[in-house]
Write a protein that binds this ligand. Sequence first.
Ligand SMILES: Cc1cc2nc3c(=O)[nH]c(=O)nc-3n(C[C@H](O)[C@H](O)[C@H](O)COP(=O)(O)OP(=O)(O)OC[C@H]3O[C@@H](n4cnc5c(N)ncnc54)[C@H](O)[C@@H]3O)c2cc1C
Length: 671
Amino acid sequence: MTDDRTADTLDAAPEAASSPSTQTNWSETLTFTPATAASPRCLAELREVVRLAHAARKQVRARGSGHSWNPAIATADCSVNTSRLTPEGKHACVCDVIGAAPAGQGNCMEVTHATVTGADGRTYRRISVPAGMCQGDFARLAQQLGAPLPTQGPAPDITLSGFVANGCHGTGWSEPTVAELVYGLELVAPDGSVLTFTADASPPGFEDLGLSPAELMNVVRVNQGALGVLARIVFQLPAEPFNLRVSNAFVPVTDVFDRADPGKLQRLIEGHDYVEIFWFPYNAYKMKGLVPVPEGPEHDTLWVMMFDRTSDPVSGDATFVELWNDAFGVLALAGGAIGPLVDRLPRVVPAMSNFALHTMKWKNHFSDPVVLTPPDAFLYQKHYFRGFLDLEFTMPMDGAQGFADVVAAFYQLVDRMEAWRSGSEGDTPYPVNLNAHARFVRNSQATLSPAYAPAGSSQHTCYFEYLSYSHGELTDTYLAFNREFYAPEHGLGWKKWGGLPNWGKYLDSVPGIDEYVHSLLTAKRGAGANRLEQFLAVRDRIDPDGATFTNEYLRGFFTGHQVARQPLRGAPGASYPEMPAEPPRRAFPLANVEHAAPTRPMRAEGMELYHDLAAGAAFLLNEHGEVNLLALEHDPTTGMLHYVPAAPSQHLGFEAILERVARFHQHRQAG
Ligand SMILES: Cc1cc2nc3c(=O)[nH]c(=O)nc-3n(C[C@H](O)[C@H](O)[C@H](O)COP(=O)(O)OP(=O)(O)OC[C@H]3O[C@@H](n4cnc5c(N)ncnc54)[C@H](O)[C@@H]3O)c2cc1C
């Protein structure tokens, strides 16, 4: 590669680049203003944008759909958004017109595919796609080509470029991460040239590094945007169609996470091809007056999602698939309004956790396991709200001890939350207020993968994450909790287990993360180069000293020196009516109530009213998409149900909430 820096400036950039405008990530927790924001529509434009930025000695940071919670995509110079590089955009490709397409490739946005036999004798489909394709579209394409993705994440709109660059994952005990499914990559280097890496051939210029093509692929596949801009990704997937038997269980916490018997977790994980576990914190509760009081985490219910491969035909109908793909149901719709409520009235968390657990609408259509195609089963997060924070760590797992470690990690989090709750004097008792989520995969040989293990290792990996609303002061609470959880005197939090964080999550919320990551990446591996040295040797070959593609954020991990980080911006809080000393109440006949458990609502005028008689609560999903919590008291002598609003909302005060409740009863009586 030649360093052909010229006096060119970005003023000469093609149409794809525009002048400064504020950029944000998907969750709107990060903002930055690059001098140039480019959205190239094909390889030719991408090459020109990168070449000109480099010639002007500008930094270039690539971005996809921005589904990360860290400043990896932030730059004051040139932000290159590759999400327009998709097959749908092929009409905009000018490569063949100006002769910029790689040999034999006319339109750089085309999908190409071929059937190959792997070294293991199995038949594979090699599918080459532009890097801005979303994982949902790609999953459906692979399915059509008879080579379903064996694992993937659940959110369809995340772009492949960032999912691969960050080494992201789905679940599946015997499955790798998604980056392992990549056979080859096309990267645009600082001078605008295209470097093509595959597991069978390396581009010129890397010979003396002593890496085979397969080893070099392992260095470049998880690259965090530090090696260039990904233009194209070639997947190699087994041409082995399968369906998935989807089953779900709602079980006591101790059926899975039992301090005395980690074998329960082991039997669950090893007993299914794919497992995910969700804990909505403190979901066992009872109303005491207007306050949901938790019964303690050990009384909570976990949601366990299990998929098993089958050749049985699909049995789930289109209605079920539609509901399943929106698996979080009411939470996905109302989460953006629950966050401000939790910010204003943190004590509502147990009731909201319980509400989230019960209002997954697919549950009403689901009793026996259902067989779905892999994309229909895996892509269960079609909708989600944006105002939340997410931090995830890997935990290396070896044999039975690995399961004991995961159980210990769960209680490490829960016990710290309990300590926080008892010490918080009621101000912010629930710093982790959305959910904790565990997934399990095999491992990855990609140098920078959080699931890294050497080739041939029997190690598996647990990806454990915890999520909270980010509204108002909740981001500060999350940060304060993490300062405590990861403190040495409290056992270093999940750093204790020696895994890396997921590069896409809010790892900045962990004190000392640069030093920690650096120490893991520079750990000795026999006489050879450590992981970081290996990665940086390749990086320096493409981008000497990281002058073009490495930003301050990445420099922290690469040097181990803490860099100053701007805290993420939380979603806005909201103003609420003050709680009156004596809130109003109204009574209606219990006989009007159709369902006493909060799985099915009453419906009226586009609103929903859920009753949970056992817990003494009702939930109004109002016409503004907000959730109002009400305390319920049943008087058996009169048969009347007394409603008292426990949580107003931005749009509805106490009387307005009761007036909405009255309408449900009027409709019922009229009907
Ligand atoms: C709702 C939601 C669900 C999620 N689910 C999962 C999940 O199941 N599993 C999981 O592991 N993570 C998950 N994440 C995290 C997310 O997948 C990662 O943050 C992922 O990296 C985002 O991809 P992106 O394309 O949006 O990349 P961005 O966030 O835009 O960028 C991430 C990194 O990739 C680099 N990059 C992006 N495009 C390119 C390119 N063309 N060339 C070179 N580098 C590039 C960027 O420079 C940056 O370093 C989820 C996030 C959200 C918000």
